[in-house]
Design a protein around this ligand. Sequence first.
Ligand SMILES: Cc1ncc(COP(=O)(O)O)c(C=O)c1O
Length: 275
Amino acid sequence: MPVTTSFAQRLQHLPPYLFAEIDKVRRAVIAQGKDVINLGVGDPDTPTPAHIVAALQRAALEPVNHQYALDQGKPALRQACAAHYLRRFGVRLDPDTEILPLLGSKEGIGHIHLAFVNPGDVVLVPEPGYPVYHSGTLFAGGITHWMPLTRARKYLPDLGAIPADIARRARLMFLCYPNNPTATIAPRSFFEEVVAFAKQHDILVCHDAAYCDVYYDGIKPPSFLEVPGAKDVGIEFYSLSKTYSMTGWRAAFAAGNRDLLAGFSGQCRMPPLPR
Ligand SMILES: Cc1ncc(COP(=O)(O)O)c(C=O)c1O
């Protein structure tokens, strides 16, 4: 007799994973012999640059890299992440407390709720947006409040339209610029508005910067952390996946508020942030 499989209730609340569903449709259309341009999951079809592959080959030969890096990752990696933020964004980060390496940004985006959202807490999520913001909310027993991204508002959420009782109960806000799927780049003034809103309502901001180094015409998108006060309210997820064609490598990090990162890595040395 096979065992009875009964999925946990939290799985039953999950919507089907959008990218898997899009891919099913894509494969079905290809099977009909049609040529398809894939606008599903952002998975670059160029190989990882050769110098990165060569560095991995060298690193794989070093026994020191065969061991656990423990919870915060290797100091050299965190220092390289901080150096990149200084070079690229002019943002200074302490590699010991303000950088947390991740196994891809999805690992962080999907799990951060478990550190900060209690059942019944509200999470502010852009609509449309990367589906993991919402699934993480469901896993933590939270409630998603959708923030519509409309053409009329240049695909930036209208923070003033968030009802006062929702803002009071909100614990996290997710944002993503350059935006997936609309490709909008947020102006710094919007990030400044977000910092003020987060401070006013005591909301932790999670900025997903997966596409921040995919840009055209030399217009470099800003980091959320460039804005004064951003480090007081939030963190940014930086991914190597799209920029360096490394989606299969699972390499990313979170940067910013040290208390948030401490809670996130399970090192709650600090008291919880005030409500
Ligand atoms: C907006 C956005 N954020 C995050 C991710 C996840 O990236 P990673 O490969 O770092 O987990 C994706 C992947 O498609 C994405 O589109």
